[in-house]
Design a protein around this ligand. Structure first.
Ligand SMILES: Nc1ncnc2c1ncn2[C@@H]1O[C@H](COP(=O)(O)OP(=O)(O)OP(=O)(O)O)[C@@H](O)[C@H]1O
Ligand SMILES: [Mg+2]
Length: 244
């Protein structure tokens, strides 16, 4: 059984059909790339999966449960985590406190009182920061980090509650080539514990870390398959050479 199964999802914004019946299947332990021209519906699809938008029709099944009508926090509790296209760290708080808040938001008050001691929380926060090379910046304000470091902080925050599936929307936007390379290096080790659906325009980056790719075009799946299959796809080449 797939970890995530999207079936026939449509999304209308007034007269605009942003998604026109999208299917997407993501297995646990895999990284799945979502590519396509501007406005093809990539962010809308991620939001429909995370519950930030409700689909107009179709279903989203996560870990065997139909979550199509579930609220974002209910999906988060079930193990879904989304980092939006726009950076959303709290710049006036320390790097440490940003992750601490993300960690606490993933837990019920009851489990916070019952099981998580301050020490265990501290170890989780430092562990999350270390994975993204930010443990040396714990006391700095998040707003003082470089753009690339802020993106890493946000990924660390999204991973802090230990989701089963992470959704990332253009995490390397605005990064230098070296920061992109490091981002791929930092993401790969999470594969053993968390699947990934990632939107990216940088095809070299996405091909290096993903097992499967789905190509959207005008709200529909143009093609889907392994990285090799998509690289050889005539339909995809046509869209990328003629319109991107
Ligand atoms: N909240 C909204 N209200 C109205 N239209 C929207 C809304 N969100 C997205 N759209 C429209 O839906 C279509 C798909 O947008 P979406 O943001 O999903 O594309 P995208 O593939 O993520 O593009 P990009 O690569 O530029 O990020 C676009 O035509 C966009 O203008
Ligand atoms: Mg987008």
């Amino acid at each position: 059984m797939a970890l995530l199964e999207v079936k026939g999802v449509t999304k209308k914004f007034g007269a605009l059909q942003a998604l026109g019946g999208v299917d997407l299947s993501v297995q646990a332990g895999t990284f799945h790339g979502l590519i396509g021209p501007n406005g093809s519906g990539k962010s809308t699809l991620l939001k429909a999966i995370a519950g930030a938008h409700f689909p107009s029709s179709g279903t989203v099944t996560f870990a065997g449960i139909d979550v199509t009508a579930a609220l974002p926090f209910e999906r988060a509790r079930a193990g879904l985590s989304l980092k939006f296209q726009i950076t959303a760290v709290l710049p006036e708080l320390s790097v440490y406190d940003n992750v601490l808040l993300a960690l606490q938001a993933g837990q019920s008050l009851w489990s916070l009182i019952r099981s998580k001691t301050r020490r265990a929380m501290h170890d989780d926060v430092i562990g999350s920061l270390a994975r993204f090379r930010l443990d040396g910046r714990a006391d700095d304000l998040a707003g003082e980090l470089s753009h690339g470091e802020q993106q890493w902080l946000e990924i660390a925050m999204a991973l802090a509650p230990r989701p089963k599936l992470l959704l990332l929307d253009e995490p390397t936007g605005g990064m230098s080539p070296e920061e992109r390379r490091v981002t791929g290096e930092l993401l790969l080790p999470i594969k053993s514990e968390c699947a990934l659906v990632i939107v990216e325009h940088d095809l070299d980056f996405i091909k290096n870390i993903c097992d499967h790719l789905t190509v959207l075009d005008q709200g529909k799946v143009l093609d889907s398959g392994t990285v090799d299959q998509i690289e050889r796809s005539a339909k995809v080449q046509e869209v990328y050479t003629s319109r991107v």
